[in-house]
Design a protein around this ligand. Structure first.
Ligand code: SAM
Ligand code: SF4
Length: 327
């Protein structure tokens, strides 16, 4: 379905939990966020009904996220069930990788179409610091296992000045050595993110060009997102740059977001959302009215998509943490 500005909305991020086993400093406070009781979190059955309605509107690609999706039991079965829905072409998952090793087999069997693994540093101490206690070796091992299982694997690295900017080339080496995509993401003022610590694409590119003067823009399609890709002529793997702050990516925005409590967010930047609870509750008595109500609520959210974000005007920015939205 097209939104009011003619953009084709074909992609939905589904947050299945707001809980997480890590405490990344830009995402969550060290003491965590008040836990929402499971009774307020959508059941997998409800999520599947919503996705079925979304698929009916032409949304064919789904990303499971969180919080950390793998802390919720049954996440891999959800992948399997989503893959069976008519109109669903792609189901991927984004994870911090800490619990991934044990889940790779089940995810591959469920038919997951790709894994995005968040990794902000290759250095064990830095990784532990930025994630509030994570073990980088677990994520690195899971990355290798994911590649070995034949799953399309991408790394998301959030760059911050004076923290990990000196690792840009190390991450590029990882991309070229393993033949995978590494995407550098600019921090956004959502949750605990401080935009002034972010690094502009142009700066990242200038750093990369010093080591890789042959870097060329890669026009091939790599995924659903707003990344601009660069590669070397003789290597597999690419570097993606995702820049919300220095280059607005809104003109090609193709997505809506479902929070774990059933709110459809038209845009990451604003608090605005359409609550799907009333439509879900209608279904208890009348399944047909229910499907129509869900479709109408999703259409309303798509119609409400704004032209762009206003991250530079902090007054209008969403106050929820990124872990509650799903990134
Ligand atoms: N726990 C999973 C993970 O870390 O991949 C999935 C949820 S996490 C909220 C999804 C993505 O959002 C991560 O790649 C994380 O780095 C990114 N993220 C969190 N806070 C952010 C911020 N303020 N600006 C930009 N990206 C952010
Ligand atoms: Fe957890 Fe992901 Fe947020 Fe880190 S970025 S605290 S792993 S939800």
């Amino acid at each position: 379905m097209r939104d009011s500005y003619g953009r084709d909305i074909n992609y939905m991020r589904i947050s299945i939990t707001d809980r997480c086993d890590l405490r990344c400093r830009y995402c969550m406070p060290a003491e965590g966020i008040e836990k929402v009781s499971m009774s307020r979190i959508l059941t997998y059955e409800e999520i599947l009904r919503i996705c079925e309605a979304a698929a009916g509107l032409g949304i064919s690609r789904f990303k499971i996220t969180g919080g950390e999706p793998l802390v919720r039991k049954g996440c891999t079965s959800l992948v399997q069930e989503l893959k069976k829905l008519r109109g669903v072409e792609q189901v991927t998952l984004t994870t911090n990788g800490q619990l991934l090793s044990g889940a790779i087999g089940a995810l591959a069997e469920a038919g997951v179409d790709g894994l995005n693994i968040s990794l902000d540093s290759l250095n064990a101490d830095r990784y532990r610091y930025i994630t509030g206690g994570g073990d980088v070796s677990k994520t690195l091992q899971a990355i290798d296992e994911s590649i070995a299982a034949g799953i399309r694997t991408k790394i998301n690295c959030l760059l911050q000045k004076q923290f990990n900017e000196d690792e840009i080339t190390d991450f590029a080496e990882l991309a070229f050595n393993k033949g995978i995509d590494v995407r550098f993401i600019e921090i956004m003022p959502v949750g605990f993110g401080k935009p002034e610590t972010g690094i502009a694409n142009d700066e990242v590119l200038a750093t990369l060009r010093k080591t890789y003067p042959d870097l060329i823009k890669d026009e091939s399609v790599h995924g659903n997102g707003p990344a601009v890709y660069y590669r070397l002529p003789d290597k597999d793997g690419a570097i993606g740059l995702i820049s919300a702050m220095h280059h607005s990516f809104c003109e090609n925005c193709n997505r809506i977001r479902l929070t774990s409590q059933g709110l459809i967010k038209p845009c990451l930047c604003y608090e605005d959302g359409v609550d799907l609870r009333p439509a879900l509750e209608a279904g208890v008595l009348d399944p047909e009215a229910h499907d129509a109500a869900l479709r109408a609520a999703l259409e309303e959210a798509i119609k409400r998509k704004p032209l762009g974000h206003t991250f530079h005007n902090r007054a209008s920015v969403e106050t929820k943490a990124m872990s509650q939205i799903g990134g």
